[in-house]
Design a protein around this ligand. Structure first.
Ligand SMILES: [Zn+2]
Length: 306
């Protein structure tokens, strides 16, 4: 699977000591056709994989084999499994946790169906989690207080292998009511929107921004977490425009940034080039994933991009 990994020569030089594997990957992707591998690829010990399903949806597999799905709108039109006419849920065999940044349909996605299929437990803000069980039918036994949380919290999951920090997002959050009526609202309260920082033992620290706007206090994310990779919304209109998204990655002191939440539907940014260019100015390595593609970390180092 082809994956564009773009760096300037200056950034390559600057970062080669810190990011030898990214530089190696750049060489590989430009000189030969990378091998296509599936999500079922067996991970070696200490490896973490991050698969992008398109839009804001990711599946993260930890070194111990725990599976975390973030904002699982797998039926988004950018997902190649949807483009090919298939049902993307049929390939999901395992999920231990479903993390949701906020209540909009393009983030809640097929969480309920996936939860019923896999037994995955819900990690999200208290109000959204509570209303998802009441209104959408998320299994109540899989949405308890030990994983429902709020901004500022750092909650251990996966037997302590992962710590989830809920990060502020400047945005909105509501659930589409499946049964609106004359006196029933279309949208139901979805709590405060958020992003997540995931601290994985023997793995990378990952920042998923959610749909937040840029805000200056993102510097605190950098001070406290220094994410190894940031999954940054760049689509504009409903979130950060690309140049501000690069500013967010810089404020969070991301060691690598990859764009998400773009080119899924018409009103959001279609081309990530302006994000790549703005990142260059910030001196942050850029990696463009393809929907359906994955990146693998060996410890905290990027080892492979598919
Ligand atoms: Zn969104």
């Amino acid at each position: 699977m082809r994956l564009k990994v773009a760096f300037t020569a200056a950034i390559l030089t600057l970062c080669s000591a810190v990011w030898p594997n990214i530089v190696a990957q750049e060489t590989t992707t430009t000189t030969q056709k990378p091998t296509v591998k599936t999500q079922r690829t067996t991970l070696n010990a200490q490896q973490t994989s991050i698969k992008w399903h398109g839009h804001a949806a990711y599946t993260i597999t930890t070194p111990r084999g725990k599976v975390l799905m973030v904002d699982p709108w797998l039926k988004n039109p950018a997902n190649p499994e949807v483009k090919n006419g298939g049902n993307p849920l049929s390939s999901i065999q395992k999920a231990d946790y479903i993390l949701i940044t906020h209540g909009h349909f393009d983030h809640v996605g097929e969480a309920v169906e996936l939860a019923k299929k896999t037994g995955a437990r819900l990690v999200t803000n208290f109000e959204l989690g509570t209303n998802m069980t009441k209104i959408l039918g998320y299994p109540k036994a899989q949405a308890n207080l030990d994983t429902l949380m709020n901004i500022g919290g750092e909650v251990p999951i996966a037997d302590g292998e992962v710590t989830v920090a809920m990060i502020p997002a400047i945005y909105s959050s509501s659930i589409q009511n499946p049964n609106p009526g004359p006196k029933e609202p279309e949208l139901v309260y979805g709590g405060n929107p958020s992003g997540f920082v995931l601290l994985i033992k023997n793995g990378p620290t990952i920042y998923h921004t959610g749909d937040t706007a840029y805000y200056r206090d993102m510097e605190l994310i950098g001070e406290r977490y220094r994410p190894d990779v940031a999954l940054v919304n760049i689509g504009g209109h409903f979130g950060m425009e690309p140049e501000m998204a690069a500013k967010a990655a810089a404020a969070a002191k991301a060691k690598l940034a990859t764009p998400q939440h773009f080119a899924t539907f018409p009103v959001i940014t279609q081309d990530p080039k302006s994000f790549a260019n703005a990142l260059k100015k910030e001196g942050i390595p850029y990696l463009l994933m393809r929907p359906g593609g994955a990146i693998t970390f060996q410890g905290k180092q990027l080892a492979k991009a598919q």
